[in-house]
Design a protein around this ligand. Structure first.
Ligand code: NAP
Ligand code: 2RA
Length: 366
């Protein structure tokens, strides 16, 4: 069952307790925002509108921007359909909050202009994530850093967000020393065109054709392949490098050891991850399950008798990161190792929902 998508009133998340699965407290209605969405026609941009509407985020005015390609198109807005405008340096006049999801190049060029115009920017791209002056925020983990912003706040990589929401409550049981993680990432993580390619390719293959891939380097339908980001000289691709660096920054643990392998699978939406976690001290399966069950933004789906564990289909459209298959890692001595899998909707918690939660943290009264 999905949870948290239909709040009856505007509800401010309790500091440090942000997430659909956990108590929220009713506070006074914060001032409505003059809101700009950059990349409004994209996979994340459209999810911004869904999340803002579902959480009843107070919007005084809304302008949607994209490239020349989409100028004049009518798309779903927050409370009503809206016409998309071409992004220009003047797009931010009168705005006080700008949600960016149009890629790093657009963010580098336009986010500083938005800040100069008086808006706080919450950026979904990688442009500013590792800038020491830009907070990198997952509200369940490090809400305290949001106030350090100088106009720009970065939303982490989606695979990193899904992983840290699960790791953080476990880190509180015993310091995490090492994580080995494998991802099974949905096509929509590469954007709306990639999602359309998977759907069209699947239909074509089933009809007996051999379609040429355009967005991905290899066929996505009925295939599994290494993540489509550039592989660096160390052999790690961009997605893997982000998972390492961003998790360290979010945790404030520069030496945390993380070994990721990021893969793309023919799933429409929601990323799955398999984690092996090594702790400083012994951590029992029961203690881990209890900590995860109590954690904000996490839902334990762990029923070995019915073989019911997290799946991307069950995570799709929901706010929580699902976690299960929690078991002892027999390769690590002294009961210091656990293995588990998790699945989270990367368009929601991995992008739009996390960004809107950050915007909620910025509201007065919290
Ligand atoms: P997408 O579906 O391809 O959408 C890209 C959006 O950016 C579209 O609205 C596009 O507008 C707009 N755009 C592109 N070039 C532009 C330009 N020069 N000026 C203005 N707008 C421009 O991509 P996405 O998946 O939503 O991803 C957007 C960003 O979010 C990326 O930085 C991505 O890394 C990040 N992100 C994505 C996910 C995910 O799961 N997809 C998760 C976390 C973070 P047009 O319609 O005009 O082309
Ligand atoms: C992916 N991390 O799934 C990305 C989403 N921007 O490729």
């Amino acid at each position: 069952m999905m949870s948290g998508n239909e709040p009856a009133v505007y509800r401010q998340p309790e500091p440090g307790l942000v997430g659909s699965a956990h108590p929220t407290i009713d506070l006074r209605m914060p001032p409505a925002k003059h809101l700009v969405i950059v990349g409004a026609t994209g996979a994340v941009g459209q999810e911004f509108c869904n999340v803002l509407r579902q959480r009843r985020f107070p919007v005084a005015s809304l302008r949607l921007f994209a490239s020349q390609r989409s100028a004049g198109r009518t798309v779903a807005g927050v409370n009503a359909p809206a016409v998309v405008e071409v992004l220009t340096p003047k797009s931010f006049a009168g705005s006080d909050l700008a949600l960016f999801s149009a890629g790093a190049a657009v963010s580098r060029e336009f986010a500083p202009l938005a800040v100069r115009a008086g808006a706080v920017v919450i950026d979904n791209s990688s442009a500013f994530r590792m800038d020491p002056e830009v907070p990198l925020v997952v509200p369940e983990v490090n809400p305290q850093v949001v106030g350090q912003h100088r106009g720009i706040i970065a939303n982490p990589n989606c695979s990193a967000i899904i992983m840290v929401v699960v790791l953080w409550p476990l880190q509180r049981l015993s310091p995490i020393q090492r994580v080995v993680v494998s991802t099974y990432q949905a096509a929509s993580g590469a954007g709306a065109r990639a999602l359309a390619e998977l759907e069209a390719q699947t239909r074509a293959v089933l009809a007996g054709a051999s379609p040429q891939p355009v967005v991905f380097p290899v066929p996505c339908a009925f295939n599994v392949f290494s993540h489509n980001s550039v592989v660096g000289p160390d052999g790690y691709n961009g997605e893997e490098t982000k998972m390492i660096a961003e998790t360290r920054k979010i945790f404030g643990e520069e030496s945390l050891r993380i070994a990721p392998t990021c893969m793309r699978v023919p799933v429409m939406r929601a990323h799955t991850e398999a984690l092996s976690i090594e702790f400083a001290d012994s951590v029992s399966v029961d203690a881990a399950r209890a900590a995860l069950a109590a954690a904000p933004g996490v839902r334990v789906v762990d029923d070995p008798a019915r073989n019911h564990f997290p799946t991307p289909l069950e995570a799709t459209g929901g706010d929580d990161v699902l976690v299960g298959r929690i078991r002892r890692d027999p390769s690590i001595p002294d009961d210091r190792g656990l293995q588990l899998i998790c699945a989270g909707d990367q368009l929601r918690k991995g992008a739009a929902l996390n960004a809107v939660q950050i915007a909620e943290l910025l509201q007065p009264g919290v």
